[in-house]
Each structure stands twice: as C-alpha cells, then as structure tokens.
Design a protein around this ligand. Structure first.
Ligand code: SF4
Length: 142
C-alpha cells in the first residue's frame, strides 16, 4: 500500500471534547476524509469511554446542508440574507442604542465553548473594556 492509499483508508484520531470543561476523551473515526463516527476513548482518565450526546453527536452539523453560511438580517419583519458588514453595523447600532438608553449592564455576552481560549478572552475583554460590563459567561466553564 502506497502513501496515498494509506491516507485514504479509514483511520481514528484521539482528541478531547471541547463542548464543555469536563474534558472527555473522544476517538474520531474518519473515512474518505469525513468523520464517520465519534466514540468515547476508554483510556481517558476523565471520562473512561463515556460521552454525553454533545460529544458523540455534536459533529454532525459539519456536513449539514442546513448550516447558515451568511448573516440574516430582519428587515420590515422579514429575515433576509445580508453581508457581514451590514450585520456588524446593525449589531453595533443596537448595542450603542441599548447602552445609551439603559446603561452598559443592560448588555451581556454568552460566549462559546466552540471558540478557542483566546477568542473567549477577547469576548470578555470586549465586554469589560468596550461595553463596560462584567456580564460575560460561557458554557465551557462546566
Ligand atoms: S460536552 Fe459532554 S462529551 Fe463533551 S466534555 Fe462535556 S460532558 Fe464530555
């Protein structure tokens, strides 16, 4: 078997689930360059082969044709496709309006376990220094 054939054969990789802070071990099975199954890694000291539904099934959105691929903006009561520039302008306008009218603590940010530590740090920094609130939380703190 040559190098290319080895690359295309089914393989498994071990990783750590990043949906929450428990740190379950996952074994990701890959066939034809696509994930085919995810199971718990028995040797993982945190989870001993167990996972919750997020760990074992949370990858399926990767190949869904229902994934949102651009921002949607509500105009005259209807959601319409928009550009990132338009969406960010709407968000900035709404944030500034709420902050001006109700104060910085009227806003909050729920960050994501799907982001890196660095992006979560930036989200907290943005809320504290730009918006002026400590209303920041995330699902990755288990
Ligand atoms: S989301 Fe579930 S599988 Fe993933 S680390 Fe947390 S408990 Fe484990």
């Amino acid at each position: 078997m040559d190098h290319l054939q080895q690359e295309q054969s089914p393989r498994a990789m071990e990783t750590i689930c990043s949906f929450c802070g428990t740190g379950c071990g996952l074994t990701v099975k890959v066939e034809d360059d696509k994930i085919s199954k995810v199971v718990g890694t028995k040797a993982n000291a945190s989870s001993h082969g167990e996972t919750c539904v997020k760990g074992s099934m949370g990858w399926r959105y990767l190949y869904s044709d229902k994934r949102i691929k651009h921002p949607w903006i509500r105009k005259n009561g209807e959601l319409v496709p928009g550009t990132w520039e338009e969406a960010l302008a709407v968000i900035a306008d709404k944030f500034n309006g709420l902050k001006e009218k109700h104060g910085p603590d009227s806003l909050g940010c729920f960050s994501s376990s799907r982001s890196s530590n660095e992006l979560n740090y930036l989200a907290a920094k943005f809320m504290r220094t730009v918006i002026g609130t400590n209303n920041i939380d995330s699902c990755n703190r288990t």
